[in-house]
Write a new protein. Structure first.
Length: 432
């Protein structure tokens, strides 16, 4: 959807130096496109310029508030950017952040992130260079990627881990279904696929932390016995334990030799990471829910975590992400960027432009998208042999086919509801 052209001329003048010296290139439009070739909302931002054929693409995908993010972009951000020099990424980032005054939150963060990635893509395309080259080039052949498996029975899970290993993955996230309890990332939690999830909308299965603590550490240890030490295992607690339960979980899961435990606590309990991190050798990963870079800074000072799970669109884009990557390197924390299928291939490639060239790298979450996604996003990078490799094309290398996108309209813009369905055994609403 184009931004509204019926507005008065923006109050905000272009930057002073552009007023004085002019600009080689000007932004002529910022357009948003909502599409769902994978079933979940992908919100694409295209920043267009007065140079024929020169545009940048970003990703502002926020499955739970996608229509709000689109409104921020169309109503507030787009009119402010028309006429600006797309080269001034830092200036634009700061003025957009300040124009919201109350800072961004996840909605503002995703809107800002969509524009920011598009501007970096545009800059690199204009220079005819891959985005990672702009950031200092590569430091590794490929970025190790992890894939997801889940199941109820350790033997069944182990089989799936070994199958992922066969496909070349050295890192596999393992989620364990707990009979009678809703556990994130497993069939009992309502399938990840939004269409199937809609059918599971009335899921009545409660979250049961006691059952989770009894079952999951033991199952993870058994999976480790069955698969051996040649493959890294990860697990996502998905913010469902309180600090006391988290300590119990870490004690019980120590023998599974996990690469990391993700979202052991909710962001609201982040103050407890210091104590838990000091008390246990189990590596901790957190951050997909952080939309303010300062939330990471607080944990990097200790450091109280081992891996930073940056979700680049929500954080406000590559501009803040690059600063955090540098801080992670200086603080001995490694990047493990977030990237399931509900971030688009544009965001996955933009994230890779950062991880392929950062010495502070651990592993990148990678989606294997449905074939329809590859039609909508030509240049989509698919994990190969357990890793991601940049295409070498100018920019982040992923394009966007508007016509193909229209064939996959978003059927369920209100996907957020299922994230509010989870209740505990006492009936209280639980973190999803
Ligand atoms: C992960 C995440 C996701 C989130 C999803 C929310 O580690 O991949 O936890 O699965 O639940 O991105 O929309
Ligand atoms: Mg997660």
């Amino acid at each position: 959807m184009a931004h509204r052209d019926d507005r008065a001329a923006p109050l905000l003048a272009p930057a002073p130096w552009v007023e004085e010296r002019g600009a080689k290139t000007r932004i002529t439009a910022v357009r948003t496109f909502l599409t769902a070739p994978h079933g979940c909302a992908h919100l694409v931002v295209r920043v267009e310029t007065d140079e024929p054929g020169l545009y940048g693409l970003g990703c502002a995908s926020d499955p739970q508030r996608t229509l709000a993010v689109r409104a921020v972009l169309d109503e507030y951000v787009a009119p402010m950017l028309v006429g600006r020099d797309p080269d001034d990424i830092e200036d634009i980032h700061r003025l957009l952040l300040n124009s919201a005054y109350w800072r961004g939150g996840s909605i503002g963060g995703n809107a800002l992130g969509g524009v920011d990635v598009a501007l970096w893509d545009l800059k690199a395309k204009r220079l005819g260079t891959p985005l990672h080259s702009l950031f200092g080039g590569r430091v590794r052949h490929r970025a190790a990627a992890y894939t997801h498996v889940d199941g109820a029975d350790p033997a069944e899970i182990a089989e799936r881990v070994l199958a992922a290993r066969e496909r070349g993955f050295g890192h596999v996230r393992v989620q364990v279904a707990v009979p009678g309890a809703d556990t994130y990332g497993t069939a009992s939690a309502g399938p990840a696929d939004p269409a199937a999830a809609a059918a599971a909308r009335e899921r009545r299965v409660p979250w049961d932390s006691a059952a989770y603590l009894r079952t999951v550490p033991r199952a993870l240890a058994r999976v480790r016995e069955l698969v051996g030490d040649e493959v890294e295992l990860l697990h996502d607690v998905h913010e469902r334990l309180d600090p006391r339960q988290a300590m119990t979980f870490l004690n019980r899961v120590e023998d599974a030799g996990l690469f990391f435990v993700e979202d052991l606590l909710a962001p609201e309990d982040a103050a407890h990471f210091a104590r838990l991190h000091a008390a246990s050798p189990v590596p901790l990963a957190v951050g997909e829910l952080f939309h303010d870079p300062q939330q990471f800074v607080a944990l990097l000072n200790g450091p109280d975590i081992d891996f930073a799970r940056l979700r680049i669109p929500a954080l406000g884009g590559l501009t803040p992400a690059r600063k955090l990557a540098a801080l992670c390197e200086l603080r001995g924390v490694r990047l493990a960027p977030h990237g399931p299928a509900d971030v688009s291939p544009v965001a996955q490639a933009a994230t890779l432009a950062l991880t392929i060239g950062s010495h502070a790298f651990g592993v990148q979450e990678a989606a294997t998208f449905r074939p329809a996604v590859l039609d909508v996003f030509p240049g989509t990078i698919t994990p190969d042999g357990g890793g991601l490799e940049p295409s070498g094309k100018p920019g982040h290398g992923v394009d966007f086919d508007e016509r193909a996108a229209r064939r996959h309209p978003l059927r369920e813009p209100l996907e957020h509801e299922r994230w509010a369905l989870l209740r505990g055994t006492d009936g209280s609403v639980q973190r999803p």
